[in-house]
Design a protein around this ligand. Structure first.
Ligand SMILES: *[C@@H]1O[C@H](CO)[C@@H](O)[C@H](O)[C@H]1NC(C)=O
Length: 324
């Protein structure tokens, strides 16, 4: 009896003060294994896992304690070296030598999902960042969540590697594009990195390469001072977050419509669409697959055409209901 009472009191207190944990569900829609990495910010406790393998089609929940902040990303083309026993990855490498990242961060260029739970004003802050370049398409979709249109999906739906400018492109062992560097990562110039004389929003302008990322992924951070269109918030304690690698339009559609049935087509609080239809789905003439990986294009043009057609159909039918 006394224990029951204690339990209910503590449950009540934790729900009132918003100290319930938040669940990140990591989901792999890529046609290959992705090894997520998770890194807590300084002062935030480590999560129950800092890295694991996620097979195609697999999902795994990871709970984060109240007030947690940190980042989540995907590693690709990982393997254990038979000679040294060390585990490493072609992209997203965290340097631990093991599947768990154990406090190691992602080597750029890597697409990042960044979170600060229960931050200023009682809000969870989250974003997808291409500031350090990009490796995998990745989308963050709040599940439940209040906070209006600013509590919406963000991320980068398209593969920006294939169309990456030649000087920024990273290729794998087989020559296929596996990542795209940011100009800051490639050249380290103050004007690209918003450092030195360029360390204010007024003096750091988007570069040609950050504009390339921004056009393809309008809601993602493309350079350090991209805050106005790239920061999202949900009222703390009201949302869990689904993080999907290589999201398909159809999977996104079902997750978004089931969690945000009443959102109007305002394009989110930032006013940016999640997908730039011009870039991603311009199937009618012009240069249709500018941003689609060249390797997948040559091997599966019909699949791409079907994908584009389905996407256009879906966007046409649902653009007025979904905050995409
Ligand atoms: C979409 O991409 C085109 C060029 O590729 C660009 O001119 C346009 O501003 C982009 N739209 C958004 C919303 O970013």
């Amino acid at each position: 009896m006394a224990i029951h009472l204690l339990l209910s009191v503590s449950l009540l207190v934790s729900s009132l003060s918003g100290t319930a944990s938040t669940t990140f569900t990591l989901s792999n829609s890529c046609g290959y294994t992705v090894w997520p990495g998770l890194l807590s910010s300084a002062g935030s406790p480590p999560l129950s896992t800092t890295g694991f393998a996620l097979a195609p089609g697999e999902s795994r929940p990871v709970d984060a304690p109240p007030g947690w902040s940190g980042r989540v990303w995907g590693r690709t083309q990982c393997a254990t070296d038979p000679n040294t026993g060390k585990f490493s990855c072609a992209t997203g490498e965290c340097g631990s030598g093991t599947v768990e990242c154990a406090g190691g961060g992602a080597a750029p260029p890597t697409t990042l999902a960044e979170f600060t739970l229960n931050g200023a004003g009682g809000n969870d802050f989250y974003d997808a960042s291409l500031v350090d370049g990009s490796n995998l398409p990745m989308v963050v979709v709040p599940q439940g969540g209040s906070g209006g249109s600013n509590c919406g999906p963000t991320g980068c739906l398209v593969d920006v590697n294939g169309g990456c400018p030649a000087d920024l492109k990273v290729t794998g062992a087989d020559g296929a594009a596996i990542a795209c560097k940011s100009a800051c990562g490639a050249y380290g110039r103050p004007e690209d990195c918003c450092s030195g004389d360029h360390n204010t929003p007024q003096t750091c302008q988007p570069s040609a390469s950050s504009q390339y990322f921004k056009n393809a992924c309008p809601r993602a951070y493309s350079y350090a001072y991209d805050d106005a269109t790239s920061t999202f918030t949900c009222a703390s304690g009201t949302a869990n977050y689904l993080i999907t690698f290589c999201p398909s339009i159809s999977s996104l559609k079902s997750s978004v419509s089931s969690v945000n049935p009443t959102s109007s087509g305002s394009g989110g609080g930032t006013g940016q669409p999640l997908v730039n239809e011009t870039v991603s789905f311009a199937g009618q003439g012009g240069d249709p697959y500018e941003y689609v990986s060249a390797s997948s294009m040559s091997s599966a043009p019909s699949i791409l055409l079907a994908f584009a057609a389905a996407a256009v159909t879906w966007l046409t039918c649902t653009a007025h209901r979904l905050p995409l």
